[in-house]
Design a protein around this ligand. Sequence first.
Ligand code: PRX
Length: 648
Amino acid sequence: MTESTAEQAETFAPPEQFAATANVGADEYERAEADYLSFWAEQSRDLVDWHEDFGEVLDWTNPPFAKWFVGGRLNVAYNCLDRHVLAGNGDRVAINFEGEPGDSRIFTYAELLAEVSKAANTLTDLGVRAGDRVAIYLPMIPEAMISMLACARLGAAHSVVFGGFSADALRSRIIDAEARVVITADGSYRRAKPTSLKPAVDEALSSGDTPVEHVLVVERTGQDIDMTDGRDQWWHDTVGQASPEHECEFFDSENPLFILYTSGTTGRPKGILHTSGGYLTQVLYSMKAVFDIKPESDVFWCTADVGWVTGHSYVTYGPLAAGVSQIVYEGTPDTPHQGRWWEIVEKYKATILYAAPTAIRTFMKWGEEIPAKYDLSSLRLLGSVGEPINPEAWRWYHRVVGGERCPIVDTWWQTETGAHMIAPLPGVKSTKPGSSQAPIPGISVDVVDDTGENPAGPEGGLLVIRQPWPAMLRGIWKDPERFKDTYWSRFPNTYFAGDGARRDADGDIWFLGRVDDVMNVSGHRLSTAEIESSLVAHSKVAEAAVVGAADETSGQAVVAYCVLKDSRDDDGADLDALVQELRAWVGKEIGPIAKPKHVFIVNELPKTRSGKIMRRLLKDTAEGREVGNTSTLADTSVMDAIARQLRD
Ligand code: PRX
C-alpha cells in the first residue's frame, strides 16, 4: 500500500449521533468560501454581543495592518460574564477549580462576575485606565482568569507571563510592555510542594527602573514572603474588600486586549498583540464549530496554563464567552498519582478534553490500565494542540481515552493566529490520525514551495495563510518593522507561519514541524537563539549552538553544544559539574522549561566558510543519525571530532 492509500484507509467517520447533533454541517465550508467577509460578519453578529454594531467588516487598506469589524464597540468581559447573567444563566457553573493539593472552588457565572467586578474596581483604584498594561504572573488559579477579565473590563491590556519563567524573563516583559501593575501570588503548588513566585517579582523589580507602581499579591500557599511598603498589597485586603458592582464601558473593536510574548528566531521574545472584536469572534466561532460547544450541557476542560495562548483562548476567553462550564486544574498530571487527570474527568463529568500530544505520550508510557480505572464515559470530544500528534498517540487517545466514540480535533494554530485555523469539523470530517486536515470555514491556507507561487509537491513545503483572519495578531508590540519582516516579507501579501506541511492525496494537511530556529518542547515554543544567548552569557562559555532534537515524549528536546573560553575547564571530573551548572543557569535565566536536556562540551562548532553555525549537522548528531553533507564546512573534520568527543 502506498502511504497515501494507507492514510485514506485509516479514517474515522464522525459517529452518527455526533454528526446528527453537531453545531456546524458541511454546508458551512461552501457558505464561507462564497463570501468570507460576509461569513465572518454574520458569525460576529451572531456570537458576539456588540454594544454598537460595526460598519466595514475588514479594513485591509494598509496591509499587513488589519482592522476588523470597524467602528463596532464591545466589552470582552461583558461578553464573558454579564450577558450570561442577564440571560438568566448566572447560576450556571463557570469554573470548577481543582487545586493540586485537593482543594476545590466553584464559581458560578454570577459569582465570577462579582469577583471580576471587585478586581476591576481595585485596579481602577490603583490607577489602571483603558489603554494601560498590567502584567499577570500567576499560577493556574481562578485569580489568573479573574485578573485577565478585570483588565478586559477596563479596556487595559494584560501581559500574562507564564509562572515558570524566570525573574529576568518577567522583567524584560514588564519593561517592554510598560506595565504599571503586576498581579502575582506568594506561590503555587507543584508536585505536592509549594513553589514560590513573589521572590521572582521582587527580583524583577529590584533595580527600581521599571514602570511598575503597584504589585497585587494573591495568597495561595501562605508561605513567608517580603512585602514592600507602598508598592505591594494583598489581593484579599484590596479586591477582597472592593465593591462587587462595576458598570463596564464599551471599547472600539480594535482596542488592545492582550500582549503575549512568544519566542521567535532571534533572541528577543516578540510581544504579540491581540485586539478585541476580531479575536473574540474567531475564538467563539471555534468554540462552536470545532469544539461543538453546547453551553447547557458541556463540561469543557482545556489543560493548558493561562501563561500560553491556548490558556488565553481556550481557558479564559473561549469557554467563558461561550457560557459553558469548565474545569481549571492547578497542578501536574501525576500528583498525587498518575490517574489524577482521569479522576478529574470522572469527578466533574468532563465532556470535552483538550490537551497536548506530549501529555498523551506520557500517559501511554504510564500504561492504559491507569485511565481504565476511571469512568471516562462522559467524554464526547477530544482535542489536540501545540505540536504534531503522531498517529500512534492519536490512536491511543481515541481508543483508551475516547472509548472509540469521541471524534478527535487536531487543532493547528499559533500565538499569532489567536484561535484555531486548521482543524477537522468534528461532525463533518472523517478524521485521520496525525492530520489536522483542513482550514476551518472562513480561513484560507496553502502549502507552497520556496517561491510561494506553486503548490508544494508530495514531499511538502511551507504553510502560508492567504487572507487576513479576524483573530490575527495586529502586530508586534512597539515593533511594526519586525512584524512585517517576520511574517509578511517572505511572500508578498501572504502570512508565513514558519511551519512545514504537506498535503496528502485527499488534500488534507499534515504538519512537519517548524522550518525556522524555533523549537517545540512539550508543545511549548522555545527559541534556539534565546537559549544560545543565555549560555554565552555564562562566564565560562565562549560559543554555543542549540538544536531541538527529536524526543519520544516531549516531541523535541533542547540539546546544547558549548565551546568553553578556557579549555582547562573542560577536563576531568569537573566537566559533569559544569554541565549541570550550565543547565541550571539556563533554567534560572529563562525558566525551567528551557533547561537543555543535554549539554555537550566540544572544542569547536561546525561552521561554514562565512562563519554560520551549521545546526543541521548538530541535530543529526543529537538525534543519533549519520551526519549529513559536511562539504560546506570550513573545516570538514569538526563533525568527526564532535562525534568522537560525544562517544568518549
Ligand atoms: O509549529 C506549530 C506548533 O506550534 C506552533 C505555535 O506555537 P505557539 O505559538 O506556542 O502556540 C501553540 C498553541 C497553539 C506552530 O507554529 N503547533 C501548534 N499546534 C499544532 C502544531 N503543530 C502541529 N499540529 C498542531 N496541531
